[in-house]
Design a protein around this ligand. Structure first.
Ligand code: BDP
Length: 688
């Protein structure tokens, strides 16, 4: 198995009795109406059922008096439409048939994938009764793909989009990409990097993007573009890109209209502005609001949206990067055009292995805030370390902002239910995942990293699903249905993120590196900007470790509501996962575990690295039920992970030992290498 088919494997179910049970209730597919979306739904059902069960399933225009089939029905109303939004589906047994219904054809498409999932995961169809509607409207992948075929922070090969061959040649892979996304309910894809090339806005590239949009459309997926804010100058030859300049505004209005001539259902713009050197409205003394609303005005005649990122931080040697986005964006609450959604990363810094939730959530009640997660493992060990991210997504979404009292979770900010902007006029709700896909045959490099794409899509649809339930689905659809093997792999997935945190960034440490975001460099103290060094984040000194963000320090904690603040502001009861995010803690301080800070850190680093051995053992126990090629691939990656976990552990403990001046506590042993040895190996790793 080369992993190409992802969770849409549709291999024949092993048990003949089970097969014939399913086959009895899936003898035909009756489709009333026709549309490219319904055609996609029907052919997916045929492909899936034939693969899983054997017989070819014929299609009929209507069921008539026939029973024992599947009926796809669009445009339901009355009681059947209860609890369904535009994209929702209902699946019931009626008059001897399984009826998959939706208000729209896309709802039916999602229903067909849900029905297939029932069969793939071994659920009965006899009394099937499923109702589901997505909680968030825009569920999208952000690709950081460049026109030259590379992917920023991509670890699974080059770009999926073969720009030089488009629009004439359509790689069949585009359709499989669309199928995989549709099976999860993902309905948007931003095809290019947020560090955007102006080339994407040329007629030449718009034709290519339009060809991709044509492939995505039958799968309910809209295409979006990241835009380069200075394009009026670069492409349009104007003297300025000032968002208040009439010529600039006209340029964007014309460009937006041109895009719609190529792609009538264009999804909208994603903008990274005045962030990490990207151009933006501040270059002209204007604000984020001026920039975003200018694009919204250009988008006015169309249905698309403007997604404006809040990932900003200035090179301020005395400031705390943690506070930057909140300081820059909260003053603008209520001023953005209704077409604008502000896209906020889950945490205040930058996709670290564990971050507290961004204080922006709950702090802008009059502005739709979308959430951005990173699926590509830029800070999570690239494509060699196993980190199942569902627990990370859930931890953030379930955090309580207390914005409107207890129960004001980040999820409720994002799905619009907290501030009441859900479905209000043109405003939208949004979850975005920075894609982990690439041209590797198995899409994600690490075969088990497919689970992160899967989990993101499922959570974007329904954030109440649990990490374990999602893991179960994915394992059964992708790897094996053998119960013991399922439970071994589930255990691995569920613990993997904490294991990684333990050897990489325990107790609230973060960013032990510079630009490459892989080799450990906690000693790194030289960079054009202080907040691009490692020492800026951990603040190790002879007294202790951690960033004081209480009132005696940067006071970033003041950006949270009092109830949140109270959980974190007292060093004596701050939960350990967040301790060093908010406190500079003495090496000798006794923690709730009964160990001193130094001993606790060592314990985490050592047990974290050791736990990779446990991952290896669990994987070995699942072996009999796993495809041999896939099994072997993961064996290799886990071995690398173990070696690198020791590398990271040693780098951290040897470096911190210089400050703490304490021995490694028993039963752990002093690393065999010296700090100089590790530094040398890191220097070599970083050689280009
Ligand atoms: C950082 C990445 C950088 C991205 C940036 C962003 O290192 O490559 O451009 O995020 O999200 O984490 O804009």
């Amino acid at each position: 198995d080369d992993g190409y088919r992802l969770w849409l494997k549709y291999d024949r179910l092993a048990d003949a009795t089970v097969r014939s049970g399913y086959a009895r209730s899936t003898q035909f597919i009756a489709v009333s109406g026709s549309s490219p979306v319904l055609t996609a739904a029907t052919s997916e059902l045929q492909l899936g059922l034939q693969g899983l069960l054997g017989p070819t399933v014929p299609t009929l225009a209507r069921a008539g008096t026939r029973q024992g089939g599947i009926v796809l029905t669009v445009g339901v109303s009355g009681a059947d439409a209860n609890g369904l939004n535009e994209e929702g589906y209902r699946i019931v047994k009626r008059q001897g048939n399984i009826v998959v219904m939706g208000k729209t054809d896309v709802g039916v498409l999602y229903g067909t994938f849900a029905l297939l999932r029932q069969v793939q995961t071994g659920q009965p169809l006899d009394n099937i009764n499923l109702v589901s509607s997505p909680k968030v409207k825009l569920r999208m992948l952000n690709h950081w793909d460049n026109p030259n075929g590379t992917i920023e922070r991509g670890y699974a090969g080059g770009s999926l989009w073969k720009w030089s061959e488009l629009p004439e040649t359509i790689d069949p892979r585009y359709k499989d990409y669309a199928r995989a996304n549709a099976s999860l309910g993902i309905n948007g894809t931003v095809v290019n990097n947020v560090n955007a090339s102006p080339r994407l806005l040329t007629g030449e590239y718009l034709q290519k993007v339009a060809a991709l949009a044509d492939v995505m459309r039958p799968y309910g997926i809209k295409v979006y573009l990241s835009v380069y804010f200075a394009a009026p100058k670069t492409l349009g030859g104007l003297k300025t890109s000032d968002p208040l300049d009439p010529q600039v505004r006209k340029w964007w209005a014309d460009k937006t209209a041109e895009i719609h001539r190529y792609i009538p259902d264009f999804g909208g713009f994603l903008v990274k502005a005045n962030s990490e050197g990207e151009p933006g409205p501040q270059d002209y003394g204007r604000t984020h609001v001026d920039g975003a609303n200018m694009l919204a005005a250009a988008m006015k005649p169309f249905s698309g949206v403007v997604i404006w990122r809040a990932f900003v931080y200035k090179a301020d040697p005395t400031g705390d990067r943690f506070k930057a986005a909140y300081e820059e964006f909260t003053p603008f609450d209520g001023q953005f055009d209704p077409k604008v959604i502000v896209q906020v990363k889950n945490g205040p810094i930058d996709f670290q292995p564990r971050e507290p939730f961004s204080p922006l959530f709950g702090a802008m009640p009059k502005t739709p805030l979308g959430i951005e997660f990173q699926l590509t493992q830029e800070y999570l060990g690239f494509a060699t370390h196993l980190v199942y991210e569902a627990p990370l997504f859930k931890e953030c979404l379930e955090s309580d902002t207390y914005a409107a009292g207890k129960g004001s979770t980040v999820a409720r900010v994002v799905d619009g239910s907290l501030h009441g902007y859900r479905n209000a006029g043109p405003t939208q709700t949004l979850m975005a995942g920075v894609a982990n896909t690439g041209s590797d045959r198995n899409w994600t490099g690490h075969p088990l990293a497919q689970a992160n794409w899967y989990a993101f899509g499922r959570i974007a649809w329904d954030h109440t699903l649990t990490s374990a339930a999602i893991a179960d689905e994915w394992i059964k659809m992708t790897l094996t249905r053998q119960p013991q093997a399922v439970s071994h792999v589930r255990a691995m997935l569920l613990r993997s993120r904490d294991i990684y945190v333990d050897y990489n960034a325990p107790l609230g440490l973060s960013r032990p590196w510079t630009g490459v975001h892989f080799a450990p460099e906690p000693w790194q103290n030289k960079s054009p900007r202080p907040d691009w060094t490692a020492v800026y984040y951990h603040r190790a000194d002879s007294i202790g470790l951690g960033f004081d963000r209480t009132a005696t320090g940067s006071n970033a904690l003041a950006q949270y509501r009092p109830d949140v603040r109270r959980q974190w502001e007292n060093v004596d009861n701050c939960p350990l996962p967040y301790l060093l995010w908010f406190h500079h803690v003495p090496w000798t301080k006794q923690l709730a575990t009964g160990r001193t800070l130094w001993d606790e850190l060592c314990t985490r680093f050592y047990t974290g690295a050791d736990s990779v051995r446990w991952l290896q053992q669990e994987w070995a126990l699942a072996k009999p039920a796993i495809d041999p090629a896939l099994y072997t691939d993961v064996v290799g990656r886990l071995a690398t992970q173990h070696r690198e976990a020791i590398w990271w552990r040693d780098a951290w403990v040897l470096y911190l030992q210089e400050f703490a001046k304490k021995p490694i506590p028993k039963p752990f042993k002093q690393p065999e290498q010296t700090l100089d040895d590790v530094k040398k190996s890191v220097d070599i790793y970083l050689l280009r």
